[in-house]
Structure formats: C-alpha cells, structure tokens
Write a protein that binds this ligand. Structure first.
Ligand code: ADP
Ligand code: ZN
Length: 214
C-alpha cells in the first residue's frame, strides 16, 4: 500500500502515521523528521534546509523532491510507503506521480482554531521522536514512553506557527483538489469525532483512518 497523509500542521499526522505504518507494515517516511535529522547531522541538505524550517517556510521543491526520491529508492520502500508531510506542493505531487504514485491520500481535516493550542502545547521526545501535548504530561520534561527528554520544536512558537498555517493553506491545500480529481482522496473529518472535552481521541482517529481505506 502506498499512502499519503495530508493535513495541516498539528493535525496529528505524525502520531497517526506511526500507528498506521506499523499496522500496514510499510515504512513511515516523514520529510519533517528527515530534515530535522539532516540539520542535526549537518549534512548538505540539512544546512540548506535549516533557514526554511526556522522560518516556518517550505524547503524548496528541488531539495525536498531529491531527498524523497532517494528515500523511496531504498529497499524497505519496495512494498509500499506512508508519506507524512510530502507532497506539500502541487509540483511535489506531480514529481511523486513520476517516481512512485500513491494508491490513496488520507486528508486529516482539523479546523484551524483547534490547531493553535495543539501546536503551542506540543512537545517532542528527543530520544524516540514521540509527540505529546503538554497537558497530558505528568512531568513536562520527561517522555512518558521512553523516559527521554522532551523539548518544544523551535517552529512551534506562535509567530512561526502562523507562517506554517499560511503555507499550508496557500501551497498544500490545493493538493486536495489534485488528488480528488484523480479519485484518490479519502477524507477523515476529525471535528466530527470530537469527544466530550472538545478534542478527538487519537484511537478514534486511527479507526476512522483505517475505515477510510477500506
Ligand atoms: P508540521 O506538519 O507540523 O508543520 P513537519 O515536521 O511535517 O511539521 O515539517 C516541518 C518543516 O519541515 C516545515 O515547516 C518545512 O519547513 C519542512 N518540510 C517538511 N516537509 C516538507 C515538504 N514536503 N516540502 C517543503 N518543506 C517541508
Ligand atoms: Zn521518548
């Protein structure tokens, strides 16, 4: 199965992609994680990408497409993939169709007003890359899964979040039309899954994603 997860920053793509990729037995390929690891290791891609991530802007297509093309050529992607955070522009989608076209595209739809609190409260584990909302952490510095140290991503600051949401609406949202025209779009309406405390539970979103793929 070749799958894409589409959705705004803070939609829960990363969390859901980890669960769904394990369920389907395909690699979870997150371009955001790849860029952050390239930056940490100071590779040429990382050095080029850093200024865009810091600003909350998209890395240029040429850099991003080359990185994904190389990743998809690896052995573990031969039987499918779950792409999280790619494509994010129509040109990236056209490039992917030429490299290895997806079977289905899951659009995880979350209203803007819910995204802001999710993003400002998001913490990431430096050890296992798990993401958590600060309100759910017993100790705000410690990962509940592996005990590693959690931190706030530099681009989860309010100024940068606004830029990222704008990039999503301007550059990525047109992909919804692109893939629906190809008959590949599956929509998961997270607002309709909201439980009593106003937000949806990850396990309900997971079920809705699997149901959308049936
Ligand atoms: P989020 O979905 O929460 O914004 P990601 O981890 O997917 O976070 O991406 C973080 C940053 O990495 C983006 O703001 C952008 O700078 C860069 N990035 C990730 N994927 C792409 C892509 N497909 N095209 C261009 N830039 C990307
Ligand atoms: Zn951890």
């Amino acid at each position: 199965m070749k799958l894409i997860f589409l959705g705004p920053p803070g939609a829960g793509k990363g969390t859901q992609a980890a669960g769904v990729s394990a369920h389907l037995g395909v690699p979870h390929i997150s371009t955001g994680d790849m860029f952050r690891s390239a930056i940490k290791n100071q590779t040429p891609t990382g050095i080029e990408a850093k200024k865009y991530l810091d600003a909350g802007e998209l890395v240029p297509d040429s850099v991003t497409i080359a990185m994904v093309k190389e990743r998809l050529s690896m052995d573990d992607a031969k039987n499918g993939y779950l792409l999280d955070g790619f494509p994010r522009t129509v040109d990236q989608a056209i490039a992917l169709d030429a490299i290895d076209a997806p079977d289905a595209v899951v659009d995880i739809d979350v209203p803007d007003e819910r995204l802001l609190s999710r993003l400002t409260g998001r913490r990431v584990c430096g050890k296992c890359q798990g993401t958590f909302h600060i309100s759910k952490l017993a100790d705000e510095h410690t990962c509940p899964v592996c005990g590693g140290e959690v931190y706030q991503r530099a681009d989860d600051k309010p100024e940068t979040i606004a830029t990222r949401l704008k990039a999503y609406h301007d550059q990525t949202e047109p992909l919804i039309g692109y893939y629906s025209g190809l008959g590949k779009l599956r929509r998961v309406d997270v607002a309709s899954l909201a439980s009593v405390d106003g937000d949806s539970r990850p396990e309900d979103v997971f079920k809705a994603i699997l149901a959308s793929l049936e």
